[in-house]
Each structure stands twice: as C-alpha cells, then as structure tokens.
Design a binder for this molecule. Structure first.
Ligand SMILES: [Zn+2]
Length: 253
C-alpha cells in the first residue's frame, strides 16, 4: 500500500464507530494469526501420508489451495490438502481458529466467543462442534503423571452457558451459572495432564460407563487423577486403579 493510501486509511480510522473498530481489530488479528494457524494445520492436524479418497500412498505435492499445501494422489488422481476429510474441512476464517481453540479452552460461552472473534454465534456453535470432533490423533493418546479430568456442559441453545455438574465450572472471566441438567445440554469430558496433553469427548451420558470408555485408554496405572470428585469420575478412577484425588478445582487448588 502506498504511503498516501495508508495516511488516508489512518484518517478514516478516526471516523469508525466502536463496533466497526472492533470488527477491524478482529480482522487484523485474524490476518496476523493466519500463517500460524496454517502451520499448525499442516504440521499437527494431519500428517499427510495417504490419500483421504482412496488411501493410496503414492502422493505428490501439487501446488497450493487457499494457503495450504495441496497434494495429488497418483492412484486416483484426486487432489486434497491436510484438512480434507477432517472436521475442519470447509470451515472459513482459518486465522481465527487458534483464537477459537483458546476460547474453547478458557471455557468462554458461545456468545463470548462470538463477540471476541467477531463471528456469528451460529459460527461459534458450528466451530465448537467441529473442533470437538477432531480425530483422535490430535487428542492425547496417553496422559502422564498427574492428570485432571472434569465434566462440563454447554447448552445447545444460543445462550451457550457452560456449567459444571457438581460445581461451578472453572473458567476465567465467567459468571456463576445456574444448576440443572436438561436435554439441551451437551456433556463434555475434558482430561489433561501437566505436560499439556489434552483429550476431550462428547459424552452420550455422564455415567460410569461412558466416562470409563473415554478415560480408560488414556490413563496408566501409575497415573494420579485429580477430579472434582463426581460420582462417575470417582467410580471410574477406582475401577481403573489409579490414585484419585478429589479436589475443589473451582477454587483453583
Ligand atoms: Zn487417491
């Protein structure tokens, strides 16, 4: 951009409304983050070793598609990229994905996420589901040492409130939420260890069986599991035979 144009743009900035400034700030942040997101997508989300269409292993690099390396399969002739066949395929605004992952991690509500990233609430809802569906290979396969697990819920409705089962959810910048379980709420189990390995699951039900199915493959016998002390988690910890510490996670212990 020429200096003259830049100067004009700076002058125009003064005329922006508060809402317009916020929109621009979000767009600028997304532009800055886009290369980082792309790197992560290409290096971590999928190690491209086979064709997602026919599983053929003779693949060659074939130009670029919207900033991502494109590949071509020698066997079926189709092209694809690191996202083809993953839950993130077809999602737009890649520059905002990292911000979204962070917001998800911080336990922001759908409305807070939408507001922060300047995206529609419906987009935040779609992304949340897609991110939670990411293939197992981007989730931790094993948690090591001290691990913690807790269940959380979020509403299917646009209100997007999250709440814990037996406690207020541990979150930053959130308000206390009401209690009560309904069909509208999706139970999610999140488990992580001190090394930063994280796994999350959408549970069909928060009972011993479903929690056990999710947690068993993740924990070694010598793991130490910290939980909020819910019935399901306590029973599962006992069943797997790991050391269990019920702690008040919401108090930051
Ligand atoms: Zn193929």
């Amino acid at each position: 951009m020429r200096n003259r144009e830049m100067k004009r743009m700076k002058e125009a900035l003064c005329k922006l409304t508060h809402g317009q400034r916020k929109t621009l700030a979000a767009e600028l942040a997304a532009l800055e983050m886009r290369p980082v997101s792309t790197n992560i997508v290409e290096s971590r989300i999928t190690q491209v070793t086979a064709c997602p269409h026919c599983a053929g292993e003779r693949i060659v690099k074939n130009g670029n598609a919207r900033g991502l390396q494109r590949y071509k399969c020698r066997a079926c002739g189709k092209t694809f990229c690191a996202l083809t066949g993953t839950p993130l395929a077809g999602l737009h605004m890649r520059g905002k994905w990292l911000g979204h992952a962070e917001a998800l991690d911080a336990g922001l509500t759908l409305h807070e996420v939408a507001d922060k990233l300047d995206i529609a609430v419906s987009t935040a809802f779609l992304w949340r589901h897609r991110f939670l569906q990411l293939p197992k290979d981007v989730k931790a396969r094993k948690l090591v040492g001290i691990a913690e697990a807790d269940e959380t819920f979020f509403l299917r409705s646009n209100k997007g409130q999250r709440r814990g089962l037996n406690r207020a959810p541990r979150k930053r910048g959130g308000k206390a939420n009401k209690r009560g379980v309904s069909d509208e709420q999706v139970p999610v189990l999140v488990a992580r260890d001190r090394a930063g390995n994280t796994a999350d699951f959408i549970l069909e039900a928060v009972d011993k069986l479903h929690v056990w199915i999710a947690l068993t493959p993740l924990l070694a016998k010598d793991s130490i599991l910290c939980t909020d002390g819910s019935k399901a988690l306590t029973a599962v910890a006992e069943n797997i035979g790991v050391t269990h510490h019920p702690v008040n996670l919401s108090a930051g212990i």
